[in-house]
Design a protein around this ligand. Structure first.
Ligand code: SAH
Length: 359
């Protein structure tokens, strides 16, 4: 039995069922045996593939988006370029290559990467070795110095720990992780009410998911942007209307797996509640745009033109790869609709590109 699983079982045996948030935190972030601590999970050989790993076009377009916003916001300098959960560093390498077309931007910017996994930090260092900016690493956003910032977070919020509450027998209970008679992890209901009540009344059995960490990271981003200016772009899979439902999932080897099986060996995530993030940012005094579907957002930014340009210099096989990537990033049945993009900006600033018709 792996270290995480044994530790969690000991903890539950000693002190009773734990929250799903505790389970996720240990499984993903355990300093020695956590999923993100021990692995580089992306790509064909890993457990899943993310948009920047699908195509260089993704990071490039975000780089151009950022430079455009920065210019129209009056070119604040210095500006902190911040990425939350940069994975292998692929997005930022593509981003900076595109952003370099306006040399004043890299000159004004300093790069801050928020990453907890030493393994992925090493991968980021390698990907960014040729980059025009030297990265500074931080464990959390709070450690990034204050000032105007442009922040990017792709597939970061989905791995922030969630709690689940279930409405049964006329009241709320917290769904926790306990152990059955044969020492396997199982969901159990324990006394507990949600920290924020839903707007709509639940039917019997309804499950409410809340990520306290997602709320606190969003408030921290919005507070900074309101106080110092700038913009943030949050991209992830999720829903744009708060509601009920269980989206706690595990992915292993490009397939869904049982989230309570073998903690530390699979990626654990939940869908992101974009309406809650948007509300949190608005309440903190920032402007909010979207969420826009990823496909529409990338098309507005010119992903099809970028694909055509790349194809001009490509051989037949590469041309096919570019078409496949474009389809994957934008098609409604692929990442085009499930993935959404939310922008948080300074209240008196320009409108960010890509949200025409969605604000
Ligand atoms: N953005 C990348 C990677 C997404 S996976 C891409 O699109 O390919 C999630 C990333 O967030 C990983 O780098 C993981 O180590 C990091 N991460 C997850 N939770 C974190 C936390 N609480 N603090 C800092 N980094 C975190």
């Amino acid at each position: 039995m792996a270290g995480v699983e044994e530790g969690l079982k000991r903890l539950i045996a000693a002190s009773g069922p734990i929250t799903i948030a505790q389970f996720m935190t240990e499984a993903l972030m355990h300093p020695k045996d956590g999923y993100y601590t021990t692995r580089t999970p992306f790509g064909a050989a890993g457990d899943f593939i993310t948009a920047p790993e699908v195509s260089q076009m993704f990071g490039e377009l975000l780089g151009l988006w950022a430079v455009d916003y920065w210019q129209r916001a009056g070119r604040p300098a210095p500006v902190h370029l911040v990425e939350l959960g940069p994975g292998r560093g692929t997005l930022m390498a593509d981003f900076l290559r595109a952003a370099r077309t306006v040399p004043a931007f890299p000159e004004a910017a300093d790069l801050h990467l928020v990453e907890t996994s030493p393994n992925l930090k090493a991968a980021q260092e390698k990907s960014l070795a040729q980059s025009p900016l030297q990265p500074h690493w931080h464990e959390q956003l709070m450690d990034v110095p204050d000032g105007p910032m442009i922040l990017i977070a792709n597939e970061f919020f989905d791995c922030l720990p969630i709690r689940q509450f279930q409405f049964t027998d006329g009241g709320w209970h917290e769904r926790r992780v306990g152990l059955d008679d044969t020492d396997n992890f199982v969901f159990v209901l324990a006394p507990g009410t949600p920290p924020t009540a839903p707007d709509i009344s639940p039917a019997g059995g309804a499950i409410l998911e809340i990520s306290p960490a997602a709320i606190s990271v969003t408030s921290a981003i919005a507070e900074r942007i309101r106080a110092h200016g700038g913009a943030a772009l949050i991209i992830d899979y999720g829903y744009d209307q708060s509601g009920f439902g269980d989206t706690f999932q595990a992915v292993k080897g490009h397939a869904y797996a049982d989230p309570l099986k073998e903690p530390g060996q699979a990626d654990l995530t939940a869908h992101v509640d974009f309406s809650l993030l948007a509300r949190t940012a608005r309440e903190a005094g920032t402007a909010v745009f979207g969420p826009a579907p990823q496909g529409a957002f990338l098309k507005t930014l010119g992903v099809e033109t970028r694909a055509r340009t790349l194809k001009e210099k490509a051989d037949e096989r590469q041309r096919q790869d570019i078409d496949t990537a474009l389809h994957r990033l934008t098609d409604a049945k692929q990442m085009g609709t499930l993935f959404k993009v939310l922008a948080i900006t300074q209240p008196d600033g320009p409108a960010p590109a890509g949200f025409e018709g969605t604000a």
